[in-house]
Write a protein of this length. Structure first.
Length: 320
């Protein structure tokens, strides 16, 4: 059985700098008329490029085994195409705006608001939207799925089938509601964030982990009947339901931070997470220790730090 492939421009807006901001979508549809639809979006931040490799591998597998697709897969590989072109996190403009703080947008607003509005309208009606992001250049993170508080109960089982190492429930705050997944959740849709770290391991290893999770999820929904890994047990995934499950470790001194290799490890209270030194004076300034037991889900890389800088994030509940 063949699949139908369709390329569409979801939005196209002229920019003051003489460029045209175009958001394109590639749709893979099975010929059997199945209507279940999943959207994969990436590239909201122009300095996050892992998502392109992830959706490429998803598309490659679908095209290699078209008989196993029963539904619709929509891929939006470059939402912030201008930012991706120049490696800028924000939308290139005089105001340097974060696209992921502008949803759901407005039909007659600025260029940014118009594009965000068009993206949300195009995604409406989907059964699930996955917004793929990469951790910042100065932090390492475990592969996690982030779901919104108001849809946590409805989304938990789906999050588990994506095979993450951590599931994180985002609180109902304006900053999250203005993101793509937050705006869609507010519309009553199912949406979540996939956060991956392209620097912690070899890029292809991370991609394989996430892609296998995506096909596990598709199989659980009957959209994919090809080979897929079995969904993990809920109890095997660390779960951060609210702020009580998270311990943020900060430093007290400015300087250069050198981390110990504890990413993904369960540390005990008193374990050393890293050290801060002064390059100017050639002196150690601070030994950063874990204040309590927990799983290290986020860790700062070697970088400059200041008083109050977050060094690590610990999951107090090692298992769900």
């Amino acid at each position: 059985m063949a699949i139908l492939k369709e390329l569409t421009n979801v939005a196209s807006v002229k920019m003051p700098i003489g460029e045209t901001w175009t958001v394109s979508r590639c749709r893979y549809r099975s010929e059997d008329g199945a209507s279940a639809r999943v959207c994969l979006a990436t590239g909201i931040h122009g300095d996050e490029r892992m998502g392109q490799l992830i959706v490429y591998d998803v598309a490659r597998r679908i095209k290699a085994q078209p008989e196993h697709l029963h539904g619709v897969i929509d891929i939006y590989p470059m939402l912030n195409a201008l930012g991706l072109d120049c490696g800028e996190r924000l939308v290139p403009s005089s105001m340097q705006l974060d696209m992921n703080r502008a949803f759901p947008g407005m039909p007659e607003g600025s260029a940014l608001e118009t594009v965000c509005y068009a993206v949300v309208q195009d995604m409406k009606g989907a059964d699930l939207v996955l917004d793929i992001h990469t951790s910042s250049q100065i932090t390492s993170e475990l592969y996690d799925v982030r779901i919104h508080e108001k849809a946590a109960d409805a989304m938990l089982d789906t999050a588990v089938t994506l095979c993450p190492e951590v599931i994180w429930v985002l609180p109902d705050k304006p900053v999250h509601n203005a993101s793509l997944s937050g705006a869609l959740t507010k519309e009553g849709m199912h949406a979540c964030v996939l956060m991956v770290d392209e620097r912690r391991l070899r890029a292809q290893m991370i991609v394989d982990q996430v892609v296998e999770g995506i096909f596990c999820m598709l199989a659980s929904k009957g959209i994919w009947t090809g080979e897929a890994k079995a969904a993990p047990e809920k109890e095997s995934i660390s779960y951060m339901r609210d702020e009580k499950d998270i311990c943020r470790v900060t430093c007290a001194h400015p300087g250069m931070y050198v981390p110990n290799e504890v990413m993904g490890c369960v540390v005990k209270a008193g374990d050393v997470l890293g050290k801060i030194f002064s390059a100017l004076e050639g002196e150690p300034l601070e030994t950063v220790i874990a204040p309590e037991d927990g799983l290290v889900v986020t860790q700062r890389r070697y970088s400059a730090v200041y008083p109050g800088t977050m060094i690590a994030r610990l999951c107090r509940k090692e298992r769900a």
